[in-house]
Write a protein that binds this ligand. Structure first.
Ligand code: UFG
Length: 374
């Protein structure tokens, strides 16, 4: 059943988020640069890092995000003096020096790197732009971190690096074979970071391979705000439920899955964000490996039709669907073996698909046009 506030969220307007963070204190990585921190996942990472006691320096060019998100992060965390912002494009060479200077004053000791382009279809149409943007941004960040001796990076990677090469549940030793340029930028950046970690310079990196992040902060103040027609399932469903679109096209019902529709591992974005805090903690440990790849998923799959049914329950709205042809490049089924995240980071996903839908729905209702209208 949908419920008003997630019991696990640790959130209330009186600021209990800080209490929930007591046992999740970011150890040594107390001053964290968060690139892409105004984006959907980034904003949630900022909130959870702040709630765990960190200061954050958000680096964003607002190419696919809104400055409003920064206000909302400050509002939720209630610690606006702990939130700094640098509006800059990591693709510009000049940003390395500017960021190094800011990072030095900020006292950065780690970074969470989320900035980048992420639309699969666009990456097929414009591969060079994807390689240039995602890889250059990473190299700029590395230069700036190196200059200030902050050599810990948590990277926003994706289960897309696995492609269709593996049986689910897929673990981190699975074969990597991404099927599009976007996915290859993620894999190549992982490789760059592994090379850094293998050098003698003392880098420690953690590649977090996200499954399908959905939902929103329980406050309803931050959430996913896709520009144009949503590519992904949950934002599309939410826009149908709220009446912005007529019906959902289900891409294929003839897959070898229980109901014929695609199966994915949906993970609540707050759980995902807390996974970053756990990774920062891990990298601050003396016994942390120099390079680690970690799946962040709930460890179970839901079909498209199951996701729609869950969203109907949460929203109590009709969500018309029609069956459409398969979408090019989609795979039948993927879900995570998330045991490494538990063993190494002490993290596991806590929120259910009903929580994901209820929180996604609250965000959608309270912000029907995303951040565009207040
Ligand atoms: N789907 C529909 N209708 C839609 C949108 C999606 O039926 O309108 C289906 C898809 O076919 C798939 C499932 O819903 O079975 C999930 O689709 P998403 O687009 O939400 O998610 P994907 O698993 O395709 O995408 C995710 C990440 C991407 C990543 C990709 C790699 O969101 O960042 O995995 O496969 F690149």
């Amino acid at each position: 059943m949908a419920h008003a506030l997630n019991a696990n969220s640790g959130y209330s307007r009186s600021g209990s988020g800080r209490e929930a963070g007591k046992d999740r204190r970011v150890r040594m990585a107390s001053n964290v640069i968060i690139t892409g921190g105004a984006g959907y996942i980034g904003a949630h990472v900022c909130v959870e890092a702040l709630s765990a006691g960190a200061r954050v320096l958000i680096v964003d060019n607002f190419a696919n995000s809104s400055p409003k998100a920064i206000e909302r992060i400050r509002e939720i965390a209630g610690e606006s003096d702990k939130v700094e912002m640098l509006e800059a494009d990591l693709v510009d060479d000049a940003t390395a020096d500017i960021l190094a200077e800011r990072a030095g004053r900020f006292g950065a000791d780690a970074a969470v790197h989320l900035a980048g382009l992420k639309a699969v279809g666009e990456s097929v149409a414009e591969p060079a732009r994807y390689y240039e943007t995602n890889i250059r941004a990473t190299l700029t960040l590395i230069k700036a971190l190196d200059a200030v001796g902050a050599r810990r990076i948590v990277f926003s990677s994706s289960a897309t690096v696995y492609g269709e090469a593996n049986q689910s549940p897929v673990n981190e030793d699975g074969r990597t074979a991404p099927t599009n340029p976007y996915g290859r930028t993620k894999l190549f950046i992982e490789e760059i970071l592994r090379d850094l970690a293998a050098s003698a310079a003392g880098w420690k990196i953690c590649n977090l391979r996200y499954f399908n992040p959905v939902g929103a902060h329980a406050s309803g103040r931050i959430g996913e705000d896709p520009k144009g027609v949503p590519n992904n399932l949950f934002p599309f469903i939410a826009q149908v439920a709220v009446g912005r679109r007529d019906s959902l096209s289900v891409f294929g019902d003839d897959y070898p899955t229980p109901d014929g529709t695609g199966v994915r591992d949906y993970i609540h974005v707050v759980d995902l964000a807390r996974g970053h805090v756990a990774a920062l903690d891990y990298l601050a440990r003396d016994d942390a490996a120099a390079a680690t790849d970690v799946n962040l998923g709930a460890g179970r799959g839901y079909s498209v039709l199951e996701a729609v049914a869950a969203f109907r329950r949460a929203s109590n709205r009709a969500i018309p669907v029609s069956i459409a042809p398969r979408r090019a490049g989609d795979i039948a089924e993927i879900y995570a073996d998330a045991s490494r995240a538990t063993d190494l980071l002490g993290w596991r996903a806590e929120r259910t698909i009903d929580d994901m839908c209820a929180d996604h729905w609250r965000w959608q209702c309270e912000n029907p046009m995303g951040y565009a209208e207040e």
